[in-house]
Design a protein around this ligand. Structure first.
Ligand code: BGP
Length: 490
C-alpha cells in the first residue's frame, strides 16, 4: 500500500452494540430486551447450529422468571453502563474519531408501548454522547441492533404486526429530538438480512407462536415492516436534521463459485444477489423482481399497504454500511465436501483460506471485492461498520496480551480497504467490531474476544471487569495517528 491512500477525515474507530456491551439490564427503568433472554450454554461449541440458536416460548418463560445474569450474559455485557467514562477515555487514547453504539429501545420505552419515554434511560445516552463530544468522538448510532422490547416480541409477534412500525417511529422520534444535535451518522437496522438466520433476535419472532402459519411468510412480512420503518425513519431524519446521514446495514456474505463450472457460477450469482436483496430495497428503494418470483414459486403472500412502495422509493439510505467477517463458497453439489461455518452461515470450505479459532474463514481480499461490488451496484459511499477476529487471548504473567494474530488480521483488512479506495471506492470509515471485548452475539461467550481492550471476565461470569490494553491497542493507535500510513510500504 502507498502512503496517503486514506482520505482526510476518514472515520477510524470501533463498533459495539448495547445488548452485548452495556449491562445494566434491570437498571434505570429499562424493560426486558429480547437478547436478555438468550442463554449461555457451556457446551455451545459442540451443539448443532439449530440447538445453538433455537428458542421456544418455554425458554423465554424460564428466562423471564430468572434473575441470573451469568446464564443470560447479555444482561451483564461488560458493564459499559457503569464504565462508560473509563471506556471512552481508552477509545480517545487510541485516537478514535468515531464510535458505533446502539440505543436500546427498551431503555427508552420499557415495553415499547408507553406514551412517554423513560427519562432515566434518555439521560444515560445523553451523558454518553456528551462525554463523546468532549473527547471529539463522533457517534455512529444503530437504532435497532437486535434490541426489541421483549413485550413486543410476546404480545405483537415482534415485527409481524404492522403497529410496531409506529411504535418504533415513536422511539426514533424521541432519539432524534434528544440526540440529533450530537449524532450525524445513523443506521436503522443492524444486519437486517439476519431475519431468517435468527428471527427471534432480529424480528422478535418465536416460531411456536405462529401455529398453522408459513413461518417464512411471517418473516418476510416482518421484514417488509422493517423496510417501511427504515424508510420512514430516514424521512423523519431528513425533515428534522437534513444534514444528517442514514445508512443501511447488511452482513456482507460474499460468495465465490467453487470452480468455473457454469452451474456453480450461476448458483454463486444467485447467492450474492440474495445477499444484496436487503440493500437493494433500502438503497434503490424497490424490491428486486427475483424476490417476487420467489414468493410466487413458494406461494408466499406479503401484505403491502397502499403507499408502501412510494415510501421505499422516496427515502433510500445515504450510504451503504456492512459487516464483513468471512466469505463463502457456492457449490451446487456440496455432498462429501468439507464444510465450515461463519457468522451463522455454513458452506463448503475454501482451500485458499485459513480459519479463525471459531472456524470463520479469514479473507482480506474479499473485503476489497465486497467494497468494489457494493459501490458498483449502488454508487453510494461505503462504511465498514464491523470487521474483526474472534479469538482466544492469553494473559501473560505480567498482565500483557500479545495478540499478533489480531494485528495480522487487521493489517490485511485495512490494506484491502486501501486497495479498494485506490480502485475508486469512496469509503467513509472503518469501525472494527468489539473494539473492547464483549459478550458474543452468536454464542454468548466472553472467551470469543475481538477487542483492542481486554476485559477481565470469563464465560461463567467470573472476573473483575477490569480493562487492560492489548498489544493491538498501540498498533491501532499508530494506524489512526498516521491515517493508515503506518501500514504503507517503505
Ligand atoms: C455480527 C453482529 C454483532 C456481533 C458480530 C460478531 O453479526 O452484528 O452483534 O456480535 O457479528 O459475532 P459474534 O459475536 O457472534 O462472534
Amino acid at each position: 500500500m502507498k502512503k496517503n491512500v486514506f482520505p482526510e477525515g476518514f472515520l477510524w474507530g470501533g463498533a459495539t452494540a448495547a445488548n452485548q456491551f452495556e449491562g445494566g439490564w434491570n437498571e434505570g427503568g429499562k424493560g426486558l430486551s429480547v437478547p436478555d433472554c438468550t442463554s449461555y450454554k457451556s457446551n455451545v461449541m459442540k451443539l448443532s447450529y439449530k440447538d445453538q440458536h433455537s428458542i421456544s416460548s418455554k425458554d423465554i418463560e424460564e428466562a423471564m422468571a430468572s434473575t441470573d445474569v451469568n446464564k443470560y450474559p447479555k444482561r451483564h455485557g461488560v458493564e459499559f453502563y457503569h464504565h462508560y467514562i473509563e471506556d471512552l477515555d481508552l477509545f480517545a487514547e487510541m485516537g478514535f474519531k468515531v464510535l458505533r453504539l446502539s440505543i436500546q429501545w427498551p431503555r427508552i420505552f420499557p415495553k415499547g408501548i408507553e406514551e412517554e419515554p423513560n427519562e432515566e434511560g434518555l439521560q444515560f445516552y445523553e451523558n454518553v454522547f456528551k462525554a463523546m463530544k468532549e473527547r471529539n468522538i463522533e457517534p455512529l448510532v444503530t437504532l435497532h441492533h437486535y434490541e426489541m422490547p421483549l413485550y413486543l416480541a410476546l404480545e405483537y409477534g415482534g415485527w409481524y404486526k404492522r403497529e410496531v412500525i409506529d411504535l418504533f417511529l415513536r422511539f426514533v422520534k424521541v432519539c432524534y429530538e434528544r440526540y440529533g444535535k450530537y449524532v450525524k451518522y445513523w443506521l436503522t437496522f443492524n444486519e437486517i438480512d439476519s431475519a431468517f438466520r435468527h428471527p427471534f433476535t432480529t424480528m422478535g419472532m418465536v416460531e411456536d407462536r405462529f401455529p398453522g402459519k408459513n413461518f417464512e411468510e411471517v418473516v418476510y412480512q416482518g421484514l417488509h415492516h422493517q423496510f417501511v420503518a427504515s424508510a420512514l425513519a430516514t424521512k423523519m431524519l431528513k425533515e428534522m436534521y437534513p444534514e444528517s446521514l442514514m445508512g443501511c446495514m447488511i452482513t456482507k456474505t460474499l460468495s465465490y463459485p467453487e470452480n468455473c463450472d457454469p452451474q456453480n457460477v450461476l448458483l454463486c450469482e444467485k447467492e450474492n444477489r440474495k445477499n444484496h436483496f436487503y440493500s437493494d430495497v433500502q438503497s434503490r428503494g424497490e424490491y428486486p423482481s427475483h424476490i417476487f418470483k420467489e414468493w410466487e414459486r413458494k406461494g408466499i403472500h406479503v401484505q403491502f399497504e397502499r403507499g408502501d412502495e412510494e415510501i421505499l422509493k422516496a427515502y433510500p439510505v445515504d450510504f451503504i454500511s456492512f459487516s464483513y467477517y468471512n466469505t463463502r463458497v457456492s457449490s451446487y453439489d456440496p455432498s462429501n465436501k468439507e464444510m465450515v461455518s461463519g457468522n451463522l452461515t455454513s458452506g463448503v470450505k475454501n482451500p485458499y483460506l485459513k480459519t479463525s479459532d471459531w472456524g470463520w474463514q479469514v479473507d482480506p481480499t474479499g473485503l476489497e471485492i465486497s467494497l468494489i461490488q457494493l459501490y458498483d451496484r449502488y454508487q453510494k459511499p461505503c462504511f465498514i461498520v464491523e470487521n474483526g477476529l474472534g479469538a482466544y487471548d492469553k494473559v501473560e504473567e505480567d498482565g500483557s496480551i500479545i495478540d499478533d494474530y489480531r494485528i495480522a488480521y487487521f493489517e490485511g483488512h485495512i490494506k484491502a480497504i486501501g486497495a479498494a479506495i485506490e480502485e475508486g471506492v469512496p469509503v467513509m470509515g472503518y469501525t472494527p467490531w468489539g473494539c473492547i471485548d464483549m459478550v458474543s452475539m452468536s454464542t454468548s461467550q466472553m472467551s470469543k474476544r475481538y477487542g483492542f481492550i481486554y476485559v477481565d471476565l470469563d464465560d461463567e461470569g467470573n472476573g473483575t471487569y477490569a480493562r487492560s490494553r492489548k498489544k493491538s491497542f498501540w498498533w491501532y493507535q499508530k494506524v489512526i495517528e498516521t491515517n493508515g500510513d503506518s501500514l504503507a510500504d517503505e
